[in-house]
Ligand binder design. Structure first.
Ligand SMILES: Cc1ncc(C[n+]2csc(CCOP(=O)(O)OP(=O)(O)O)c2C)c(N)n1
Ligand SMILES: CC(=O)[C@@H](O)[C@H](O)COP(=O)(O)O
Ligand SMILES: [Mg+2]
Length: 630
């Protein structure tokens, strides 16, 4: 019977002796490796915060003292000690435990978004509310060094420093986002990781100096006087102290006693404090520690003994794009690439390896990345900003006002567009088409297969008078889908019924083109004629879509995007503006927050399958039951 077996609440964690707490950390580490190996998830980040999270729960009293995890991918230990350890077999699965904080699971969870760099702002607001309500509660926010490269963190710190509200910011500094964290901030922090025992270094230096005859005393006095100078040199105290926020650290984030001591000092201070914990992603698990590229930031199902993936991943959209961009980079030296701390997951690593001076990692800073891309374009380059679709939300104003207003040739490559699945509501890429649809001059491509990724990326890079976007989904790329013919404006006709006139025009988008083709086959079985087209460049709506609509009795649009404001809405408006009085049936993701599950299960729930759409067109309308978030 291990200590973990009798821990079901933060009170149980606080009741542990220091020895028991150390054993609990070992139990939790073993638990994480065993469970996450079986389900997949963020193993590296959570192995890095075992002691840090236990120390927080031993010093503060959740949920009276809210504990917020920035980005939330590192909250598994928090979940284990707040009564959810028995649910880890369902991690990131339909109706199972979320991989992020989830208010529906526990009062110990306060926020839910997986978008980085927001927790300090949440903490600032929470602490202001407690102050106004006269509640003596400390807000604790855990933020990674990667998330700290997000500008919103500094906006928040600027406000937190204004007051004397009890906000404890725990910087979980493991030197990494996926890859090593970049930029001036990282350099400032990393000086520290070279000497995590900074305090011990000073203490031993003090002892040695004092023991020296004659010179020891004066030398010590000089060093003591220099201390803040020395400390600033090798520690980022100045970075925070200049903001007016007390700084505690650096602390070994894997030393439970030292971590607790630092947190108790921070709590006693009673105002805004930074506790700077130096940790190691993947700590205590060799396959993660030795994963040079990403320290097992996120894994699929693995063999816990070796860390090796249990299944080979087939060719995915990202790898097709990655190779295509390297080719384009060879053809054109004005092409440059920008990543927001995700060179690996977005496929830019290969480009960066080949063209190191033409690849920029801006940190978790999509807003800056977009505005910097505008600058690169102003300077005569053609930037490719590769980010996940859901993170485009962060950079919308910069797209509108720094890129589109100036008609800058910036190409956005939006990976993970559409329903992604296990990462849940804040990770589905279900907003990009709706956002891009309202940007004047924006041209958007949605490739249906690998051939079209290469083709449409090349076409995007050839556009010199405005922004373009190429969006594709998560996971394996389908077999190539050939067209019967291509219309003058680039629209591909995939299915047409020579014997029957009229019928349904199916406008299928990107990864759901095959669903459109399968729907047409089901309709034909029921005697309903259908034409299937892939616009390829889906926004603005090509003229031939309007012309084709005139020849059909109805139009059905199928897209892996929110149903509001996407391609379906744009087609509806285009027909209306052209005076084409043909009904448009929009099939898309319901405009709701949709919980985690597999992509296929969610698409089925959303009715984005051929049988469901065929029923809706030729048979009884089916209501879609969604595991919608309340
Ligand atoms: C706005 C935003 N951009 C990108 C991501 C993708 N992402 C998830 S975790 C992560 C790295 C986070 O690094 P850090 O904050 O240091 O936490 P660690 O994983 O090191 O614990 C990134 C880039 C995100 N969640 N949010
Ligand atoms: C927490 C975060 O935002 C990323 O780690 C995300 O979970 C990665 O998603 P993919 O697994 O689709 O790359
Ligand atoms: Mg980090």
């Amino acid at each position: 019977m291990g200590v973990l077996d009798r821990v079901d609440s933060p009170a149980d964690v606080r009741a542990c002796t220091p020895q028991e707490a150390a054993e609990l950390a070992d139990d939790i580490r073993a638990f994480l490796i065993q469970k996450v190996a079986a389900t997949g998830g963020h193993l590296g980040p959570n192995l890095g915060v075992v002691e840090l999270t236990l120390a927080i729960h031993r010093v503060f009293e959740s949920p009276t003292d809210p504990i917020l995890f920035d980005t939330g991918h590192q909250c598994y230990v928090h979940k284990i000690v707040t009564g959810r350890k028995d649910r880890f077999d369902s991690l990131r699965q339909e109706h199972g435990l979320s991989g992020y904080q989830d208010r529906g699971e526990s009062p110990h969870d306060w926020v839910e978004s997986s978008h980085a760099s927001a927790a300090l702002s949440n903490a600032d607001g929470l602490s202001k509310a407690f102050e106004l309500r006269g509640e003596d509660r400390t807000v604790v926010a855990v933020v990674g060094d990667g998330a700290l490269t997000g500008g919103m963190c500094w906006e928040a710190l600027n406000n937190i420093a204004e007051g004397d509200r009890p906000v404890v910011v725990v910087v979980n500094d493991n030197g990494r986002s996926y890859a090593p964290t970049i930029g001036g901030l990282a350099r400032n922090l990393s000086a520290l990781r070279l000497q995590p025992g900074y305090e011990r270094f000073l203490k031993s230096g003090r002892r040695r100096l004092k023991s020296l005859p004659v010179v020891g005393g004066p030398a010590y006095a000089v060093l003591h006087g220099m201390k803040s100078g020395v400390k600033d040199l090798v520690s980022p105290q100045a970075m925070f102290a200049d903001l007016g926020i007390k700084y505690v650290g650096p602390v070994d984030g894997h030393d439970l006693v030292e971590m607790e001591g630092a947190l108790r000092r921070a709590k006693a201070f009673g105002g805004p404090v930074i506790v700077h914990a130096v940790t190691r992603k993947g700590n205590g698990y060799a396959p993660a520690e030795n994963d040079v590229a990403e320290q097992m930031h996120a894994t699929g199902k693995i063999d816990p003994a070796t860390g090796k993936a249990l299944a080979e991943s087939p060719e995915d959209w990202t790898s097709v794009f990655s190779a295509a961009l390297v080719d384009e980079g060879g053809r054109r030296d004005d092409v440059v690439a920008i990543t927001a701390a995700m060179p690996g997951p977005t496929g830019l690593s290969a480009f960066g390896d080949r063209y190191p001076t033409r690849m920029f990692d801006v940190g978790i800073a999509e807003q800056h990345g977009m505005a910097s891309a505008a600058g690169l374009a102003l300077g005569g380059m053609h930037p490719v900003l590769a980010i996940y679709s859901t993170f485009l939300n962060r950079a919308f104003d910069q797209l509108l006002m720094d890129v589109a207003l100036l008609k800058m040739p910036v190409t956005l490559v939006l990976d993970r567009s559409g329903i992604t699945g296990p990462d849940g509501p804040s990770h589905h890429g279900m907003w990009d088409l709706s956002l891009l649809n309202i940007v004047p001059g924006m041209r958007v491509a949605a490739p249906r297969d690998a051939v079209r990724v290469r083709e449409e990326l090349g076409e995007a890079l050839d556009v010199a008078d405005g922004p373009t976007a190429v969006r594709f989904g998560k996971g394996c790329v389908p077999q190539d889908i050939a067209a019967l013919r291509r219309l003058d404006d680039g629209v591909d006709v995939l299915v047409e019924d020579q014997e029957m006139v009229g019928g349904v025009l199916i406008v299928a988008v990107g990864s759901l083109v095959q669903v459109g083709i399968d729907t047409a086959a089901l309709l034909r079985e029921r005697g309903v004629a259908a034409t299937v087209v892939d616009p390829r460049w889906v926004l603005p709506v090509p003229a031939s879509i309007v012309a084709l609509a005139r020849e059909h009795t109805s139009v059905v649009t199928i897209e892996d995007n929110g149903v509001e404001g996407g391609v379906g809405s744009a087609v509806e408006l285009a027909l209306d503006q052209a005076g084409v009085d043909v009904p448009v049936h929009r099939r898309g993701v319901p405009q709701q927050f949709i919980s985690h599950a597999s992509r296929d299960a969610i698409l089925d729930e959303c009715g984005l399958t051929a049988p469901a759409i065929a029923d809706a067109i030729a048979g009884p309308v089916r209501t879609t039951r969604l595991t919608a978030r309340s």
